[in-house]
Design a protein around this ligand. Structure first.
Ligand code: NAP
Length: 485
């Protein structure tokens, strides 16, 4: 089955930070792929902007190299690449200076959708917003896209929101959390809200617990100095994991529209109980070799966590009594992100003690192999009595939709949504602030106590304490395996 592509309107998209890592790896290759799929019309124009003094030819060479590296040979078509490069423009601009803004204004056309992607450090968001507004480059219909991190605590997030709100309305601001652009994450909403099957069971009466895991095999590497000022709580939990939790726990919105969705997500964050000591475990990967956090972060005294596991309570009628366990870490055993909803035992077994009952689990795999499976009990085939066995009903997209289905990268979908003016998969300012308001006191607590994270071996499943967090509740973490449930 080939995905249906609905072309977007013609646009001018300005990418601030067009020479940077994110633009090279994700934004520009993603735009090329959408153009190849016929979603981007020929008249669309992409304008790179950065401080580097490049000619248009030099910028196109940089982009050509990025496409070669990140698009993959199968999708690279020489004439399409040429067309794509021809649709690019470049302006040298300093976000904090005065030069280049008139050149940018001259590139912008009237009568087409205008979007500005801020793929630069958040410290520059306010400067760019101000100049776009004051020079009349952005109008009331323009959209701006901002990247994470959106602040490092509630105060900085509020300052950023206020800086953007000075020049743009909330309906113009697209705060990216690329997890929301993943096909499976949207499928989670389809499974929950387009089927009658799960919704009656989707509550504390039938769900024993939920596990959300985001495990990475990479360490902090070259980003060590940045990461050391952040840590897993700020880098992963406050944004990506909190969003996943919201999608699992939210009430059905009355329609699939931005504010309806975001109102419901916000209620989940506000219903979270404060996290108490004993309900979380912080870890740091340590080794005698080069894969030691302290070496990579270049900070022998670092108390920053590269791993965190926690038990959350959503205090509302639907979820009171069902814990949500979250864990995320770097240099783990495998790269796997998944959400697992574990259902409760049937009230009575008619098959006797000899049949080992296993719980029904709905597993939503986010990466690397996007898909879902549902573990159910069936009869083991063959004669020899009624023996039960648990099997996975695999709902992997490749299987269900045919192997040639092309799942677009999250960035591709999200950028197309910006052009369409659809904010459903973007975070609203109050959501981001509510997430920080929950996270801040937890971080303040461990900073005041000068808590040291528990060491764990690189390539492991995290510190011992994380296992104990589950064992104390008579549960265990799901195995972390490459992309499989
Ligand atoms: P990066 O590689 O350091 O690139 C930064 C870009 O900003 C460069 O193009 C740089 O170009 C430009 N820039 C810096 N100062 C400027 C100024 N004063 N005026 C105009 N342009 C300026 O950073 P990145 O990794 O691409 O990240 C960009 C943003 O996305 C950051 O907020 C980051 O946190 C976020 N993000 C990145 C990733 C990722 O995978 N890379 C993932 C999630 C979020 P010149 O040096 O030529 O000016």
């Amino acid at each position: 089955m080939v995905a249906r592509v609905i072309p977007v309107e013609t646009f001018d998209l300005v990418i601030f930070g067009a020479t940077g890592d994110l633009a090279r790896r994700k934004i520009l290759p993603g735009l090329y792929r959408r153009r190849k799929e016929g979603q981007i019309p020929e008249g669309a124009k992409i304008i790179g902007a950065a401080r580097s003094n490049l000619t248009i030819q030099e910028f196109r060479e940089q982009v050509a190299a990025a496409l070669k590296e990140f698009v993959g040979p199968a999708a690279l078509d020489a004439s399409l690449v040429t067309d794509f490069l021809d649709s690019l423009a470049y302006v040298t601009i300093d976000a904090k200076g005065t030069g280049g803004w008139d050149d940018l204004a001259a590139q912008i056309r009237p009568g087409v959708v205008r979007a500005f992607y801020f793929s630069v450090a958040p410290a520059l968001f306010g400067d760019i917003a101000q100049r776009l507004h004051q020079r009349g480059i952005a109008d009331r219909a323009s959209r701006i896209v901002v990247e994470k991190p959106f602040g490092k605590d509630l105060e900085t997030a509020r300052t950023l929101n206020a800086a953007l709100a000075t020049y743009f309305h909330e309906d113009q601001i697209y705060r990216i959390d690329h997890y929301l652009g993943k096909e499976t994450v949207q499928n989670l909403m389809a499974v929950r809200f387009a089927n009658i099957l799960f919704e009656p069971l989707w509550n504390a009466q039938f769900v024993d617990h939920v596990q959300i895991t985001v495990a990475e095999t990479v360490g902090v590497g070259g980003r060590g100095d940045y990461y050391d000022t952040s840590g897993a709580m700020r880098d992963m939990v406050q944004n990506h994991m909190m969003q996943l939790l919201c999608l699992i726990a939210m009430e059905p919105p009355h329609c699939f529209e931005p504010d309806a969705m975001r109102d419901e997500k916000l209620k989940v964050i506000r219903a979270l109980d404060p996290l108490k000591p004993g309900e979380f475990v912080r870890g740091q990967y340590r080794s005698e070799g080069a894969d030691d956090y302290l070496v990579e972060a270049d900070n022998p005294n670092s108390r920053t966590e590269s791993f965190i596991a926690m038990k959350l309570h959503v205090s509302n009628w639907r979820w009171k009594g069902t814990p949500f366990y979250l864990r995320t870490g770097k240099r783990m055993k495998a790269r796997a992100s998944e959400i697992a909803v574990t259902f409760k035992e049937p009230p009575h077994s008619i098959f006797g003690e000899s049949n080992q009952w296993r719980e029904n689990v709905l597993v939503i795999r986010l990466q690397p192999d996007e898909g879902m499976d549902l573990r159910v009990m069936i009869k083991e085939p063959g004669p020899g009595g009624m023996r039960l066995k648990d099997v996975a009903l695999d709902m992997s997209f490749a299987e269900a939709l045919g192997n040639d289905v092309d799942i677009p990268d999250a960035y591709e979908r999200l950028i197309m949504d910006v052009i369409r003016g659809n904010q459903t998969l973007f975070m609203r300012g109050d959501e981001v602030e509510a997430a920080w308001a929950w996270v801040d006191p937890v971080i303040d607590g461990w900073e005041q106590r000068e808590d040291a994270p528990e060491p764990y071996e690189p390539g492991s499943t995290g510190p011992e304490g994380a296992l104990m967090l589950m064992h104390r509740d008579g549960r265990r973490w799901r195995e972390i395996r490459n992309g499989t449930a």
